[in-house]
Ligand binder design. Structure first.
Ligand SMILES: [Fe+2]
Length: 363
């Protein structure tokens, strides 16, 4: 397919948009495939009504219930899911009194609030806000909060959580590889009654031991629990062009990716677009969790909120954000994004903490 350029358009995408026009990126395969930039007379989010299930949605995850020790799963509240991934929130009402093992999938915990210690087969890890913790499928573990109000975001996928391909940047980009932490073995040599609850096919089997199951004296290999802080991520920037969000990818899994948005300078070249361009993410559903800071492209969205933009309907910066960003030189946002290849379903629990008028927020 040859490239075409017709009518009024910007010579460089995301730069010197022709007066009175709005740029939209219409692309495939996330931000990797064929693309056209469309220059419109109106912002594509300037709708007056949307009827049907594709309305952009927002949720206040701080309104989800804390889960009690029910003696069975779920101890987490799933908000969005498809066949390949689920995103849940877990706000433990009290420290878990049993160990847990997930046989359904690999897990990525993001610590939104609270601190504590995670005990695993491989040894313990301390955690605090901003930590990502990767727990491979089949690992036995137990969270031990040391502060009240622990709040975790949990992604469960079918494949391993992998680091993204760094391409031309090389292996030292995105973060210093030595900032990754793995546990030191610390066997717990206790006797008593210890229960491991194992989730398989979303059903729970309880296994009881007369000794503590986390009794590993040593381990070696390349499959383990590991942790990295979102605050150790060094974002890729370009002062001349607003880069696509895929440049902020932190984890890749089967059918979805997880990206991290961290404080960074905005574009400085006069004429460069500073806010995310309008697009309709045709091949991916897009979910954002706002961890901290001011989320610069969204108005009225704060800590602990989740936005959900299904593939096929436009999104882009709020009008107020475009105005305020003009005078800004940097952003202090900290957010986690999940992009999924398959469409997501919203659970009833998520609907209950939904913000009814989010889809009108571009007006
Ligand atoms: Fe997007």
């Amino acid at each position: 397919m040859v490239l075409h350029a017709k009518g009024r358009y910007a010579k460089r995408a995301h730069f010197d948009i022709p007066e009175g026009l709005w740029e939209e990126e219409h692309g495939r395969e996330g931000f990797f495939g064929p693309v056209s930039h469309l220059y419109r007379h109106h912002p594509p989010t300037g709708w007056t009504d949307i009827e049907g299930p594709m309305r952009p949605q927002a949720f206040n995850a701080h309104k989800l219930p804390k889960t009690q020790q029910l003696g069975a799963l779920p101890e987490r509240v799933v908000m969005l899911y498809n066949d390949e991934v689920s995103m849940a929130v877990w706000r433990p009402a009290s420290p878990p009194d049993h160990l847990f093992r997930n046989a359904d999938g690999d897990e990525l915990y993001f610590v939104h609030e609270g601190c504590g210690k995670l005990f695993t087969d491989f040894g313990p890890l301390n955690y605090c806000p901003g930590d990502y913790i990767v727990i491979p499928r089949g690992t036995t573990y137990q969270f031990a909060p040391t502060t009240p109000g622990n709040f975790f975001l949990i992604f469960e996928g079918k494949g391993l959580f992998r680091e993204p391909d760094r391409g031309l940047l090389g292996q030292h980009a995105l973060y210093d590889p030595t900032t990754i932490e793995t546990p030191e073995p610390e066997p717990i040599l206790e006797t008593g009654t210890f229960q491991v609850k194992v989730k398989r096919l979303n059903q729970v089997t309880t296994i009881t031991y007369p000794f503590h199951p986390l009794d590993v004296a040593g381990w070696k290999g390349d499959l383990t629990v590991w942790k990295i802080s979102i605050h150790d991520i060094c974002p890729v920037n370009c002062h001349r062009m607003h880069l696509p969000p895929s440049v902020h990818t932190t984890f890749v899994n089967d059918g979805f990716i997880i990206c991290s948005f961290v404080p960074r300078p905005l574009e400085t070249e006069p004429g460069a677009v500073k806010v995310p361009f309008f697009h309709r993410n045709i091949d991916y559903d897009e979910v954002l969790f706002y961890h901290d800071g001011d989320f610069f492209s969204r108005d009225g969205i704060g800590r602990g909120m989740v936005t959900f933009h299904p593939q096929g309907i436009h999104h882009g910066p709020h009008p107020k954000a475009i105005e305020t960003t003009e005078s800004k030189t940097d952003t202090n946002e900290v957010a986690v994004m999940m992009d999924t290849r398959q469409p997501l379903f919203v659970t009833q629990e998520a609907q209950q903490c939904g913000l009814a008028d989010y889809w009108k927020s571009w007006q």
